[in-house]
Design a protein around this ligand. Structure first.
Ligand SMILES: N[C@@H](CCC(=O)N[C@@H](CS)C(=O)NCC(=O)O)C(=O)O
Length: 264
């Protein structure tokens, strides 16, 4: 039996749900509510499964697997068909060069952008005592320190330009790769595509999709993935919600983010 601890808009959870949907696997949902009034990711019982207090966590026949990129590979090893890893070892290596980027910083960069653009306003609007409790309980020190800087400085955060520059570089690399082949790792849709598309699509939910207008192949690739049945099942059904704060603050932030992007 497969159970997934996750929440709706989490990019890391979206990846795993996409892989599960592509493979047609049945799974039980264990929803972890990250709302400031619940913070279920910090529940002691959940921390026993995932000591970093993050989603997703997969439990397969009682065995716990954390970290979305590791979960993707685990699912591939245990449920190899249909395959989301190229058969050719060279293409497989190429796939892993792409997926490696996520844990080298891209996921953290995505959080920085979201926090500076919109999430800081949610924190600012909340009861300061609850926000304090939230950060005191957060086990991941890097995430906590980044958030505190980003919440305070917003679009002037020293962490923001680097995050945007790194995304711009990866998106341009994707554009170049797609000039030669239909999918990131080669001829077949793979974990590389799943791992990256959740970040490019997240740009739109922060009203930053316009940054991608200059990348037509990336846009086409994203549209091809979003047309797959797995997207409706794994992402849309759960709601990659563009809530009013994200929409309003994203629109306000766009000119400044675009200026950093253009200067990169
Ligand atoms: N490296 C981890 C990152 C997971 C992660 O950042 N999860 C976020 C949602 S995308 C989360 O649980 N956030 C809750 C929090 O920060 O308290 C993975 O890939 O699984």
């Amino acid at each position: 039996m497969l159970a997934l601890y996750h929440f709706d808009r989490s990019t890391a959870a979206q990846k795993v749900r996409l892989a599960l949907a592509e493979k047609g696997l049945a799974w039980e949902s264990r929803y972890v509510d990250p709302g400031l009034d619940k913070r279920q990711q910090h529940d002691p019982e959940y921390l026993k499964l995932n000591p970093r207090g993050l989603v997703p966590t997969l439990v397969h026949d009682g065995r716990v697997v954390c970290e979305s990129q590791i979960i993707l590979e685990y699912l591939e090893d245990v449920f190899p068909s249909p395959s989301l890893r190229p058969a050719d070892p060279y293409e497989r290596a190429r796939m892993r060069l792409w997926t490696k980027l996520i844990d080298e910083g891209l996921h953290v960069d995505s959080r920085t952008i979201g926090q500076c653009v919109a999430m800081r306003y949610i924190m600012q609007g909340a009861d300061p005592g609850i926000v304090k409790l939230h950060y005191e309980a957060m086990p991941d020190a890097v995430r906590r320190e980044n958030d505190l800087i980003n919440n305070e400085k917003g679009l002037d955060s020293p962490l923001l330009p680097g995050a945007i520059q790194r995304f711009r570089k990866v998106f341009y690399d994707i554009e170049l790769a797609l000039a030669e082949r239909p999918w990131l790792a080669g001829d077949s849709f793979s974990l590389a595509d799943i791992s990256h598309v959740v970040y490019s699509s997240r740009m739109a939910s922060f009203q930053l999709g316009g940054l991608l207008d200059e990348l037509p192949r990336l846009r086409d690739w994203q549209a091809r993935i979003q047309a797959r049945p797995s997207w409706a099942e794994a992402v849309e059904k759960w709601g990659d919600t563009s809530n009013p704060t994200r929409v309003r603050r994203g629109k306000e932030a766009f000119p400044k983010i675009k200026a950093i992007w253009d200067a990169s």
